[in-house]
Design a protein around this ligand. Sequence first.
Ligand SMILES: [Zn+2]
Length: 88
Amino acid sequence: MASTEKFTDKDGFVCPKCGDRRLEIVMTDAVVSQELDFNPHTKELLYIGDAEIHDACVDHFQCYHCGWVIPGATDEETLIKLLGGNAE
Ligand SMILES: [Zn+2]
């Protein structure tokens, strides 16, 4: 690994830039669907509920707060190992 930045402690992920502990996954080439309704009175479309991800490619993992990218983590198994877990 090229980076020497430490991004874990005994409790898991900790961002070396801002100290936040929340992770975020960034995906590309996603197939996403969402319920849609047409309002005949306003003539507008209304998006209902949450979008559902059916298929997507992992691009990278990052800090949820500042966007610092975890080096070398290109899939969930690698991320788990980098965070000190036991991936199959
Ligand atoms: Zn951060």
